[in-house]
Write a protein that binds this ligand. Structure first.
Ligand code: PHB
Length: 177
């Protein structure tokens, strides 16, 4: 299975765009109950996965410069058409040898001076853990939605005014160990 940002953000696909909601105002419907502890996890998801389905591995699937999806530009508060070039990192997070999560990171206004520039050298090191270790990181509100790929969440982090958008998709396999 490949990661498709259109399934996350809408557009260019049949069916309605996912309805993103503020996690703080979200009342999980019954079918979302098993996902809620994952969706709402305030600390590191990598750590949570390590507790449930060790060992955890990060498998980078794409790392490079791309134009963000239009909804990503909106979420990041940026101009459209074409919008600034962004560093995009897409990974699979494996637990106990199987993909359990997808994560897509988008860092606009990419340059070597960008405060997030070290993300380029992460490789198989999990970004999720660094986000909880680096100083000067401000975390924006968490949003959740059901997407064609599964339940998902996103959050915009800032470091020295520079934004980083992190979207995480929870695959059905997460609840099927
Ligand atoms: C990543 O390494 O890009 C990564 C890892 C774990 C997450 C999100 C992103 O939960």
């Amino acid at each position: 299975m490949t990661f498709d940002s259109h399934q996350l953000w809408g557009g260019a696909q049949k069916g309605p765009a996912p309805q993103w909601r503020l996690a703080a105002q979200w009342v999980p419907p019954p079918q979302a109950q098993p996902w809620a502890p994952w969706l709402l996890e305030p600390a590191s998801l990598t750590q949570r996965l390590r507790q449930h389905l060790p060992p955890v591995q990060v498998r980078p699937v794409f790392e490079g410069l791309l134009a963000p999806h239009p909804t990503e530009n909106t979420v990041l508060g940026l101009e459209q058409d074409p919008g600034p070039t962004a560093w995009v990192r897409e990974v699979q997070l494996l637990g106990a040898g199987q993909p359990r999560l997808w994560a897509r990171t988008v860092i606009p206004h990419w340059s070597t001076h960008n405060p997030w520039s070290q993300v380029q050298t992460l490789g198989q090191q999990p970004l999720g853990e660094l986000l909880f270790v680096w100083p000067d990181i401000v975390r924006g509100p968490l949003h959740v939605a059901h997407t064609p790929m599964g339940w998902a969440r996103y959050c915009v982090y800032h470091r020295h005014q520079a934004p980083l958008l992190l979207a995480e998709v929870f695959l059905p396999s997460l609840l099927q160990p």
